[in-house]
Every structure is written in structure tokens, then in C-alpha cells.
Design a binder for this molecule. Structure first.
Ligand code: IPD
Ligand code: CA
Ligand code: CA
Length: 274
């Protein structure tokens, strides 16, 4: 006979799997919204600042996702990039980026996604991460203690342990005027020691690419919880390591991330602060 604690654990896992399945479904549906207008005249651009743009499609995607969650899980909190908020006393917080890489999308570049991370305040961890790239129909998923998957097939991080032959991704914050924080200092420190650096324009996909071994590592400052929550779990569940720049534990509310296959983590950490 199973003990009470054990049953509780099984039931919690079933809840998490159900939430993950639901999050997967709404990401795919939101992906259809993004694809419907991609490279069309139906995209209307407005500016949050000179370099930070947003489109009507970001907002449509966010409203769709927000309403679906509110209906299915009225007792869950939601924090979404374009301003939708729902603060409820309870275990789960959904961090939503309704379109990551809006700049790519607005310029017709086919690299963008939807990112949904579900954080448990009891476990103090993201428990489900979904990153969906609708153009390539690639769905990355991480479920706590259960692994990471790309379109249902298990993924793992790369085997590269020599930073000299590594491909590393990074990104630059919208506020590039502040030289101390615009990432150029760190970029110059890392560049000479790696095989290549990529700036693809989507933090959530950068993390997912680390998880499936396309990239060996990734760092970026100035990010938000909706950029990082989902992808950070996917990396960890694929066997990788995620932390702040100094190696201390990752926190989705703290605006920086260093994620690697684990094997080059210390070396990249050393370069960032050298
Ligand atoms: C941006 C992307 C980009 C990163 C920026 C983010 P958005 O998100 O993730 O790769 O460099 O810092 O803000 O604004 O396109 O959702
Ligand atoms: Ca984003
Ligand atoms: Ca966004």
C-alpha cells in the first residue's frame, strides 16, 4: 500500500502533466495567430521606446492566451509581457511572452516563438516550460523531474567541453545607450575564446537551442521572467546548467541568465567576469 505522501506526489505530478498539456495546446493555437499575419500587411507596429517595438499581433496573442488560462485555471496568477496581469493567492504563476522576438517578426525574419513558463510558489521553481516556434513547427517542452522534449522526442544538451569549439548565443537589451549594461563589454571578453557567437533575437529559443544541443551556451542581461522562465527549465531538464553570471542560483525575476551544457559553465562564467 502506498503512503499518503506518495499519493500526494503522484496526484501533484498528474496536475502538472495536465497543466503542461493545456499550455502546449494554447501555445499551438497562439502560434496560428502569429503565422496568420506573418509577412502580411496586417501587422501594425507601435513603439514602447525608440528601439522596443510591439505589434497588434503580440497583443492579440497575449489576450488569447490570457483568456484561455483565466477560464481554465481561475485560481492561477498570470504575468504577461504586454501588460495582462492576474494576481491570485495560490500556487501557480504563468509567465507569458506572447511573442518572443517581435523585432524578427516585424521584419519578416522567420525566427520567433511563444514562451510559457509555469512557476510553483510552493516548489519555488518553474515546473512547466513550453516554447513554441510556429514557423518551424518546433515545440520545446520541459516538465520538472520528467525531462525535456522537442516535438515529443527527448532532447539533451551537447557534449562539447572545449569552449574553443563552442557556439554560444547572446543578446542585447533594448537600452543600448547604457554602456555598462549593454553587453558589449561581456561580448568582447567572450568572442576571442569561442568558435562563434550567434545573436538570433529570441531569448526563449536561444535557451531551447542550448537544451537540444544546437548551442553549447548562452548568456544575456536585461531579460524578464517571461523571456526566461520556460527556457531555463527546458535547459535544466535536458541536463544543462542555468545560473546567474556569478554561478549563484537562477532566479526568473533577476534580469540575467547564463545557461550552458554544464561542461563549459565555469569557463564561460570566468570569461564573463574576466
Ligand atoms: C526580446 C528577445 C531578444 C532579447 C531581448 C528580448 P521580445 O524579447 O528575447 O532576443 O535579446 O532582450 O527583450 O521583446 O522580442 O519579446
Ligand atoms: Ca521576449
Ligand atoms: Ca515579447
Amino acid at each position: 500500500m502506498l503512503e499518503v505522501g506518495c499519493w500526494r506526489h503522484i496526484l501533484e505530478n498528474m496536475d502538472i502533466l495536465k497543466i503542461a498539456q493545456f499550455a502546449e495546446g494554447i501555445s499551438i493555437a497562439a502560434g496560428k495567430i502569429l503565422l496568420r499575419e506573418f509577412r502580411s500587411k496586417g501587422i501594425l507596429i507601435s513603439y514602447k521606446s525608440r528601439t522596443n517595438l510591439v505589434t497588434n499581433i503580440d497583443k492579440e496573442s497575449e489576450i488569447f492566451i490570457f483568456n484561455c488560462i483565466k477560464k481554465e485555471y481561475p485560481d492561477h496568477s498570470i504575468i504577461a509581457e504586454e501588460g495582462s496581469r492576474r494576481e491570485i493567492e495560490g500556487e501557480f504563476i504563468w509567465y507569458i511572452d506572447p511573442m518572443d522576438a517581435t523585432n524578427n517578426y516585424a521584419h519578416g525574419i522567420h525566427h520567433f516563438c511563444i514562451s510559457i513558463g509555469i512557476f510553483s510558489t510552493e516548489m519555488k521553481k518553474t515546473v512547466v516550460g513550453i516554447v513554441y516556434d510556429p514557423f518551424h513547427d518546433e515545440l520545446f517542452k520541459g516538465i520538472i523531474n520528467s525531462g525535456a522534449f522537442l516535438n515529443g522526442t527527448r532532447i539533451t544538451i551537447s557534449e562539447v567541453n572545449d569552449i574553443g569549439i563552442s557556439i554560444i548565443a547572446t543578446g542585447f537589451p533594448y537600452n543600448k545607450v547604457d554602456r555598462e549594461r549593454n553587453n558589449l563589454i561581456e561580448f568582447n571578453r567572450v568572442l576571442p575564446f569561442v568558435q562563434g557567437i550567434r545573436r538570433m533575437g529570441s531569448a526563449a529559443l536561444d535557451l531551447s537551442y542550448v537544451a537540444c544541443g544546437r548551442f553549447d551556451g548562452y548568456w544575456e542581461p536585461g531579460l524578464f521572467s517571461w523571456d526566461m522562465a520556460a527556457g531555463s527549465l527546458i535547459v535544466e531538464e535536458a541536463g544543462g546548467k542555468v545560473s546567474k553570471y556569478d554561478g549563484s542560483p537562477f532566479d526568473p525575476e533577476y534580469p540575467e541568465i547564463l545557461a550552458t551544457n554544464g561542461k563549459i559553465h565555469n569557463r564561460l562564467m570566468g570569461l564573463l567576469k574576466s
